[in-house]
Each structure stands twice: as C-alpha cells, then as structure tokens.
Design a binder for this molecule. Sequence first.
Ligand code: NAD
Length: 481
Amino acid sequence: MQKIANYINGALVEPVSKQYIDNYNPSTGSVYSLCPDSDERDVELAYQAAEAAFESWSNTPSEKRSRIMVHISELLERDIDKFAMAETIDQGKPLWLSKNGEMPRAISNIRFFGTAIEHFASEAHPMGNHAINYTLRTPIGVVGCISPWNLPLYLFTWKIAPAIAAGNCVVAKPSEITPYTAYLLSEICIEAGLPPGVLNIVHGLGPKVGSALTVHPKIKAISFTGGTKTGAEIARVAAPMFKKLSLELGGKNPNIIFADCDFDKMLNETVRSSFLNQGEICLCGSRIFVERSIYDKFKAEFVNKVKTELVVGNPLDAKTKTGAIVSKMHFDKVLNYIELAKLEGGVILCGGHAVKPEGECANGWYIAPTIIEGLSYDCRTNQEEIFGPLVTITPFDTEEEALMMANSTEYGLASTIWTENLTRAHKMAAEIKAGIVWVNCWLLRDLRTPFGGVKSSGVGREGGLEALRFFTEAKNVCVKL
Ligand code: NAD
C-alpha cells in the first residue's frame, strides 16, 4: 500500500513514530493509502529545518523566489491530470471538477503570489519638510499553515504560497482526511529546486500535529482554515503567546432571491451554489430565501433541475455531477442533520437519503442532493453548519425580513443576492453581515480581493495584498529631516 511521506528539510521522510493512519477513497469506502501519524517530534524537526532555512530564504531576492514559485506552478500544470485524479480519489469530488476547477486554482494561487511578490511595495508618509516615515515590511520567520479537506490543494496553496513568497519558511499541515495532493506537491517542490526547509509538510491528526504547531513557541503566526470550533481552540492556545492569527472558519451562507431577478441565470447558479463539490464548499449558499411571489415557481423548477441534472455516483464517471461525501464520519453527520430537519418539521422536496451506486462504488459514501422546505429560519437545521448536499428554501415578503433571516446565524462568511434592482442590491450588500457578497453571481473570484468572514466565520483577511501583509511585519521608520 502506498505510504505518504512527510516533507522535511527538502526530503521525503517517514514519521518519527513510524505509525500511519488509514487513508480512504470515499468513492469506494476502502483504504487506498497510508498517511503519516506524525506528532510533535516531526513538527520540531520541521521547525528546525524551517528556522535553518529562514536567514537565506528571507534574504533571497524576491525575483528569485518568484522564479522558483512560477516553476512550481508550471510543473503542477504539467502534471495536472495526475493531480486531478489524485484529488478525486482522495476527496470524492467529480474528476471534471478537480481538473477544471480545483487544480487550475491551485496553480494560479502559486503563480499569483509568486508574481505578486515582485510588485509588493511598502508605503511612505512624508510630514511636509520636517520628516519622512517609511514602512519596512519584513517576513515574520517560521509560520504554520493548517488546511481542511474540502478543497485540499486549493486551500493548502492559498496559504503556503503567500507565506513563502513573502520570505517566510513554513511548517504546513494538510488535512489527514485528504493528504495526497499535498504529498505530490512536495515531490514537485523538490524537482523545482525549492531550497530545503523553506516548505515543510507534516502529515497527521489535528490534535497531534495541528496543536503541536499551535503551541510551538517559535512558530510566530498561524494561518488556519477549518471549522469554527477548531479555530476557537487555536485562538485560545495561541493568544497568550501573541501569535499572529488568520482564521478562515465555517459558514451558513444565505442566498437571497428577489422576484425581479434574471430567473434563468439565477436558477442555474443556485443549483451550483447549493451543490457544487457535494455542497462541501465553505461559500455554498445553504439557506435559500425566495420572495414569496416567485416561491412556487422557484421551488418547482429548482427541485426539477436538481432531480434531473445532478447525477450522483462514481466521481470518475464524466456524467457524475455529485460525487462522494469525503468520509464516513461526515456522511453520518449529514444524514443525521436530515433526520433532525424532519424532526423540526421540514418537508423533504428531493433527496433526503443515501445513494448506493452499483459496482465498485457500492460501499462509497453518497447522499442525494437534498432540498428541504417548511423550516423556521431559527431552527437548528437553519442555524448550524452542515457542509453537505443539503439546502433549505424559505419564502420572504420584505427586504427587511430577508435581511433579518440572512443575518440571524452566528456565521458571516459569504452571501448571494439576486435582483436586477441596483439600488436594492447595493443597500442589501451594505447591510448583510458577511465578508463576501456576490450580486447576481456566485464564486466569481479575483485573487486580489480580500477574503474572509465576520462573526464566527473568522478573523482577518486573506487574498492579494491582505495575505502578503499578514505574512509580513510592518515597521515604521521616522526620519527627521
Ligand atoms: P477541521 O477544523 O476539523 O480541520 C481543519 C484542519 O485543522 C485539519 O487539518 C485538522 O487536522 C486541523 N485540526 C484539527 N484539530 C486541530 C487542533 N486542535 N489544533 C490545530 N489543528 C487542528 O475542519 P474540516 O472538517 O477539515 O473542514 C471543514 C470546515 O472548514 C468547515 O467548517 C468549513 O466551513 C471550513 N472551511 C472554511 C473555509 C473558509 O475559507 N472560511 C474554507 C474551507 C473550509
């Protein structure tokens, strides 16, 4: 069985414990590789390598750092088919989505930050003829990056790329549920000539490897994407050490549909924003609020489209639109929420059950895309993050009511508004409590824009200059003239 290796000091190595965790292919429910069960000893080795590399990497001209990173992105592009297949087997998403969605984004993350660093400049604040202030931005040192399982390589590269570009050295931990593409990336880093120690990847469980990173006194910043509870634990541990923290956490995003929207465009996008990647995208709109005058039409056409178009099954099959749920634990969690929704009075309009494909995928973890109506906006199903192929639909009568329901959860990551009324769109966008608002579109991303959430969806912003600022320390120098 294929053993995944840690990547420490430029070499592929086994964990100190020599222990491994089973790594499952969710589309078949079987173990197909072994993930290192690393611990604080591996994190320490990785830290030592990163610390040793820092002096040289942080003084490497940005042009040279950029060249190496662009080379990594080119090698990733060369191997896109291999990476896409690996991601699908590890995560369960359809192969076309890995190949046309996630892998191109992982490639652009590395290229974007690799080139952005060449244009990164700091500010000057002249005080008339008396003095001049200028800001020095220097890399932080050794930083930790921790990422989740839903978009494994995309979110992993979203963190490590700006960290390395800015001159830091990194100890990174991918999710133990989907470690494979980060492992393949370490092979590419070696081939591209990334100096040893600049990036170290330690695989293993969150409470062992993730928390060893968080408690490490010399790791000065943590960029984390994952669940809100984990984020709170990281913040609790890191705060007394005054670590810099960027926390990208859970969501329960509203999708608000007004009667004056472009109906067909909205319907197509709402199917995507509800169920792409099995609904396992932190930006998916899981609470759909529809103006009452078009509620029945929307309901009929949405349910029909989901039932007829979203083929569930083997992610390797080109016809498949909805692949496997990432793990047995997550599969059980989503099914439990469907039961809870029924208990809370929800009516299942489609889906609501597991799917058992024939053949080699019979033991995989599949759930039919599920649409539920009849729930109050403040019930648990509508307040808690489920993170699967399950959405609720709820009618509203006024803008105020839609806004009140949209803002009623503890989360505030993303939101979508469908209306052709420009004034209303701007007004709603200003009043929604979320870090991201899409108007008449969804998941349209420009990597230069700030990305992140409010309330329990996170602290700090990533993306573009925000990420480069996070991964550098600003120092003001004031010179009296
Ligand atoms: P998770 O919090 O369980 O795990 C995320 C990462 O943290 C994993 O690598 C895990 O091993 C590690 N971890 C677990 N316990 C830890 C600890 N005590 N200390 C340090 N690290 C620890 O999240 P998940 O289930 O992998 O991912 C799903 C969650 O991620 C959802 O809540 C989703 O909304 C969120 N998410 C957010 C964004 C965003 O940009 N805001 C993007 C994607 C996913």
